[in-house]
Design a protein around this ligand. Structure first.
Ligand SMILES: [Zn+2]
Ligand SMILES: [Zn+2]
Length: 236
């Protein structure tokens, strides 16, 4: 199983990440990766100012011969699925990942998040549901994943989860199995916070091989496939 794009990487613009976009692209090139998305955090917590995203167009399309997609990892703020980044800023980005982060959400652990994720999936500015396997914010996988498939959204399988959120791994497997059964596309990303981590997805890939996940449902398996997948909603 070969996956040639990485749609979730952080740079030093996020203070708890440690490489520049140029370093990330350099490592991507060495590993034969065709495209990376720079998706720094937004909003409450350890994140860059909104001008980072407003000004993101100054970056070239390619760095070290690697396509650099301009993105963000935004926060799902509440049980209604409210997103913190202004819509007019999201509208200009190539890739927007919506995730729940504990420091922003400590008040609703354990509650059902089906409605939150349904509204996120319906949000036209969101492309990817990020690392959603936590037992603390479970949702009706069947319902949300089915709708995500209908709307051409991707469900992320996040490599970082396999290292730092191990309690979520059984849910990630269940999410992947649900995607397989319903024909919903996933993307497999590193969530790199240091350049060496770019493209490092061996643990989720191993899980996907075990469950015989169909390669055609991995929307980011290469740049061409990704462009085709996104085409109904965005021109990459
Ligand atoms: Zn995250
Ligand atoms: Zn991240």
């Amino acid at each position: 199983m070969e996956i040639l794009t990485d749609l979730h990487t952080h740079t030093t613009a996020t203070p708890h990440a440690y490489s520049t976009v140029t370093e990330n692209a350099f490592v991507a090139k060495q590993k034969g990766i065709e495209a990376i998305a720079m998706t720094n955090h937004y909003g409450v917590g350890d994140a860059p100012h909104i001008w980072h995203f407003v000004n993101i167009g100054v970056l070239p399309k390619e760095i070290h011969g690697v396509r650099v997609l301009k993105g963000a990892e935004v926060n799902i703020l509440d049980l209604d699925g409210t997103i913190d980044m202004p819509e007019e800023v999201m509208a200009k980005l190539d890739i927007v990942i919506a995730s729940i982060h504990r420091p922003v959400h400590q008040d609703f652990d354990g509650k059902d998040h089906t409605e939150a994720y349904m509204n996120v999936v319906e949000n036209p500015y969101i492309d990817i549901i990020g690392h959603s396997g936590s037992p603390d914010w479970k949702y009706d996988y069947e319902k949300v994943i089915k709708r995500a498939g209908e709307l051409g959204k991707m469900i992320e399988i996040n490599a970082n989860t396999f290292k730092i959120r191990k309690a979520n791994i059984p849910n990630c497997r269940e999410i992947a199995l649900t995607c397989k059964r319903l024909g919903t596309s996933i993307c497999v990303n590193s969530d790199a916070h240091y350049c060496d981590m770019v493209g490092k997805i061996d643990l989720p890939t191993k899980m996907l091989c075990e469950i015989e996940f169909p390669e055609e449902l991995i929307a980011n398996r290469n740049l061409e496939a990704l462009k085709k997948f996104m085409a109904p909603r965005k021109n990459l």
